[in-house]
Design a protein around this ligand. Structure first.
Ligand SMILES: NC(=O)c1ccc[n+]([C@@H]2O[C@H](COP(=O)([O-])OP(=O)(O)OC[C@H]3O[C@@H](n4cnc5c(N)ncnc54)[C@H](OP(=O)(O)O)[C@@H]3O)[C@@H](O)[C@H]2O)c1
Length: 300
């Protein structure tokens, strides 16, 4: 069975490729959009990465031809001049759906986000909701996995957490009072593989969060303690952060915007965690934190 992975150079993609490397029964087509991105993929890949543009559906169709499943990972939370919610989150998904239909793909797995909704007033959550809808309406069996903040090698969440916990003094957005359910990156890869293994008919939407709810303030304090640091944590009022981000993101044409701040500071909650349905044993948060600290030591 062949699986095509778009955005293969993303943090989720690199982790998934590592999990797939142990699976002799699965072949992988790693899809990226530049030579630079191809160069960041592991040299142990059994077949050469494929470069494709989402603006060229015929080329994308050729690249994924022969795959029975496409795992679509390309997407952004923080916009830049080149990558907007529309082109990175919505248009890439439309292209993947179109190419999958042409190539006769049997399953699409989309990594989405907790809170995704095409009706959301938040532009990021709305774009992810629109992407979900495109996949769900594709006529191809699809698995949508909504995730919270992901912690693992290369994730923005892990990098931010270690960076903040390494300071002597920090001011967290709203004092870090919001509640998170961080998910271990390895657990997400296991969930994707479980979805591929079971290949359910129709459309399945799973909300998969980590095993422990924790306020960001307490998470930062815990990581600082694990690092042996004495950290003083203060508050950055949300209205100041939003106002600053509105100005800087407008001047730069991207970066942290009020939309991003609203996503980061939203409480992450689900009615039913999908770990049982997907057959995943969630990694305890303490183990995940030890892993990201050891990754950070190794990468330094
Ligand atoms: N990280 C999290 O905490 C989190 C939480 C919930 C959901 N997710 C979702 O999980 C997926 C992977 O996230 P990640 O954090 O691992 O991503 P990442 O490391 O930030 O990588 C982003 C990926 O998207 C591609 N991309 C960016 N702009 C693009 C555009 N305009 N057109 C096509 N591709 C574009 C990048 O390719 P280039 O390198 O070529 O730019 C790269 O492969 C995303 O869909 C994200 O929304 C992540």
């Amino acid at each position: 069975m062949t699986i095509a992975v778009t955005g293969a150079n993303s943090s989720v993609g690199l982790n998934l490729l590592a999990h797939l490397a142990n699976r002799e029964d699965l072949s992988v087509v790693a899809v990226v959009r530049s030579e630079r991105a191809a160069g960041s993929l592991p040299s142990s890949l059994r077949s050469a990465p494929r470069i494709a543009s989402y603006e060229d559906v015929e080329q994308l169709t050729r690249v994924i031809a022969g795959a029975s499943c496409v795992v679509h990972l390309a997407g952004v939370l923080v916009e830049s001049k080149a990558s907007t919610y529309k082109n990175a989150n919505v248009d890439t998904t439309a292209a993947v759906v179109d190419a999958s239909q042409r190539a006769g793909v049997q399953q699409i797995v989309l990594v989405s986000v907790i809170g995704a909704s095409s009706d959301s007033p938040n532009r990021y959550l709305k774009s992810k909701g629109e992407a979900e809808r495109l996949v769900a309406d594709s006529g191809i069996s699809s698995t949508i996995i909504r995730t919270p903040i992901l912690l693992g090698r290369g994730t923005a969440g892990a990098a931010g957490l270690v960076r903040v916990a390494s300071q002597n003094k920090v001011r967290l957005l709203d004092g870090g009072r919001y509640t998170m359910r961080p998910l271990d990156l390895d657990d997400l890869s296991r969930a994707i593989l479980a979805a591929i293994r079971t290949q359910p008919e129709g459309v399945s939407i799973h909300e998969l969060v980590g095993p422990e709810a924790v306020r960001y303030h307490d998470l930062v304090a815990r990581v600082a303690h694990m690092m042996g640091r004495d950290l003083s944590i203060g508050t950055m009022p949300l209205w100041i952060a939003r106002a600053g981000a509105a100005i800087t993101s407008r001047i730069r044409g991207g970066g942290v915007s009020p939309t991003v701040i609203d996503v980061i500071t939203a409480d992450e909650a689900v009615e039913t965690n999908a770990d049982i349905e997907l057959g995943i044993n969630l990694t305890p948060l303490s183990t995940t934190l030890e892993k990201i600290l050891s990754d950070s030591d190794r990468d330094r």
